[in-house]
Design a protein around this ligand. Structure first.
Ligand SMILES: NC(=O)c1ccc[n+]([C@@H]2O[C@H](COP(=O)([O-])OP(=O)(O)OC[C@H]3O[C@@H](n4cnc5c(N)ncnc54)[C@H](OP(=O)(O)O)[C@@H]3O)[C@@H](O)[C@H]2O)c1
Length: 336
């Protein structure tokens, strides 16, 4: 009998996630109930947010219990349906689980029925046209209120969300500076993603480097990392600048002992606004964001890099690689 392979949590993660924190399991392929449909997952999205769900502590979602299947976004195809809005063959993006087959329904978080454009790979709908692209677009527009002519700084700039945020900001007519963790990534974001300048936070003083490139400072800081880089960006902001709180990956392995932020007075003296956001709260804005991103990708105005791991059994390693900075662009797993 064909079974449903799943990745489950073997032990709570207290520091950097290791492949041993996860285990492979199998169960019967589930049957969809009324209003549900069964997806055959094709691609799994590797997301830093998953780190916050595997340490046994409450986050904005319930923690995944030991033995629980790991939650994460995927793109899959409907293979059986008891929901008239989703028929066999439909392609769907939603928050599912790390497994071959997922039960899904109309109220699923992040749910989008996909109508892939000819010539655009389905895998793009996991990242640049999925959560990462939508997060970048909505973060810049809804939270950052981006305007042409501004200076925008993006951290984790070679990653899935950061590379999209930087390119979108360029297309909005901004000067864009990226912060990354290696010289190789610094070269990549300028050469491939068209950033105006790059800073390697492991070698360079972030505050001084930003001010050397943009003497008045940043209008917008798209923050993917929090911690020391957020601290260094506070004195590099313009008066009335906006900080988009997208993620704080530098604290994800140290939630009991988060990095201190010592420059908060700059919020007052520079009259800054900082707003955090979560993509699921902006679900209604996603279709318009996707349509614009599709247009840019089709026109060759946005470059996409994917870091595709082949094979379901390699999912835990793919996740650990993402969290250790070993990837560029969108990290995803292609299910065999
Ligand atoms: N708000 C939302 O709804 C939402 C949605 C999606 C993603 N996010 C957030 O967006 C951020 C980026 O996610 P992503 O999926 O696009 O991942 P990603 O940028 O593709 O990969 C993570 C990158 O983070 C950097 N990083 C890791 N540890 C770091 C540290 N201690 N200090 C500084 N940088 C570190 C690494 O780049 P370097 O080598 O350059 O350091 C790594 O490549 C995450 O914080 C994630 O939680 C938020």
């Amino acid at each position: 009998m064909k079974m449903n392979r799943q990745v489950v949590l073997a032990s709570y993660v207290s520091d950097a996630a290791k492949p041993e924190n996860f285990a492979m399991s199998e169960s019967a392929i589930p049957e969809p109930g009324e209003g549900e449909f069964l997806l055959r997952n094709m691609y799994l999205s590797m997301e830093p947010a998953i780190r916050g769900w595997v340490d046994g502590k409450a986050n904005y979602f319930e923690p995944i219990p030991i033995g629980g299947v790991i939650r994460g976004p995927s793109v899959g195809q409907v293979v059986k349906s008891c929901n008239q809005d989703f028929v066999e063959g439909d392609l769907v993006y939603a928050l599912n689980h790390w497994e071959d087959y997922s039960i899904c329904h109309s109220e699923a978080i992040l749910l989008e029925k996909l109508k892939p454009e000819t010539g655009i790979p389905i895998s793009y709908y996991v990242g640049s046209l999925g959560g990462a692209g939508a997060t970048a677009y909505i973060g810049l527009h809804e939270v950052g209120q981006i305007q042409a002519g501004q200076t925008v700084v993006v951290s984790a700039a070679a990653g899935a969300t950061g590379s999209m945020a930087g390119q979108i900001a360029k297309l909005c007519g901004c000067t864009v500076i990226g912060i990354v963790g290696s010289d190789k990534k610094a070269k990549l974001i300028v050469d491939k993603f068209g950033f105006d300048a790059a800073i390697n936070y492991k070698n360079d003083d972030v505050t001084k480097s930003v001010m050397a490139i943009a003497s008045e400072g940043a209008d917008i800081y798209f923050d993917n990392v929090g911690g020391p880089i957020l601290n260094a960006m506070l004195p590099a902001m313009k008066v009335y600048g906006r900080i988009i709180g997208c993620g704080m990956i530098s604290d994800y392995n140290r939630t009991d002992n988060p990095n201190p932020i010592t420059n908060l007075w700059e919020m007052v003296s520079r009259q800054l606004t900082m707003q955090g956001f979560l993509l699921p709260s902006y679900q209604k804005k996603v279709p318009a964001a996707m349509a614009k991103l599709e247009e840019w990708i089709r026109a060759g105005e946005i470059n996409v890099i994917e870091n595709i791991t082949e094979g379901f059994v390699n999912t835990p390693k793919a996740f650990c690689d993402l969290m250790s900075g070993n990837t560029v662009g969108k990290a995803l797993v292609k299910i065999d």
